[in-house]
Design a protein around this ligand. Structure first.
Ligand code: TYD
Length: 197
């Protein structure tokens, strides 16, 4: 099975990813954890370029293709082989992030991004994506005390559009994209994810 966890920055992904991986391992699954963009040499290099190179002005389209290149390599090197070996993959973000961040929030056509994404992943999409949903004000308040990356420095309007974007995509794919109320306690969010596995 292939799971991804998504949501706005500050929604609480990291702790839920950790709990999910522990849960799956405890029930005997061999779990491969990865992050998008990242988890291969090329994808981690692209991640640095996309998120931390203010000296490299990058348009929306180029940015979207950089995310896709990182993702193509992640699928080929890590995710596809793991699934072929019968392992369970948990990925911190995946194609849905591109559809929502570069599409709904960034102004590119979400459907175009989805189609490019299917080419990049050779049609591979997660069996389930859990979207942790919190109001933008809460997300921002959880993100203090650290340096913001390129995407996190986008303006308030961009960030406001993210939440609706995730909801719209969940409506389109109700069986595979599950919205979870991220205001619940850590334990309750985890329990809801487990119920939906
Ligand atoms: P994330 O890994 O959640 O960052 P952190 O290290 O802060 O936990 O995500 C990195 C950023 O990239 C995040 O702001 C979302 C953004 N992003 C996109 O805009 N498009 C994408 O396709 C992906 C995968 C991430």
């Amino acid at each position: 099975m292939f799971y991804s966890i998504d949501g706005v920055d500050g929604a609480g992904k990291s702790v839920q990813i950790k709990l999910l991986c522990e849960f799956l391992s405890n029930r005997g699954e061999k779990v491969v954890l990865c992050r998008d963009p990242g988890s291969t040499f090329l994808s981690e290099e692209l991640r640095k370029i996309i998120l931390h190179r203010d000296d490299l002005p990058t348009g929306r389209l180029a940015q979207m293709f950089l995310f896709m290149a990182a993702r193509a390599q992640l699928v080929e090197e890590v995710i596809a082989p793991a699934l072929a070996a019968g392992q369970t993959v948990v990925c911190d973000r995946f194609l849905l992030s591109s559809v929502v961040y570069q599409g709904y929030a960034g102004g590119l056509d979400p459907q175009l991004i989805y189609n490019v994404g299917l080419a990049a992943t050779r049609g591979l999409v997660p069996d389930k994506t859990f979207v942790l949903d919190v109001p933008q004000e809460v997300a921002v308040s959880r993100m203090t005390n650290r340096e913001l990356d390129t995407i996190e420095r986008e303006d308030a309007e961009f960030k406001q559009r993210l939440r609706d974007g995730f909801k719209a995509e969940s409506k389109k794919h109700p069986k595979s994209i599950i919205i979870i109320d991220g205001l619940q306690s850590i334990e309750d969010v985890h329990a809801e994810i487990v119920r939906n596995l």
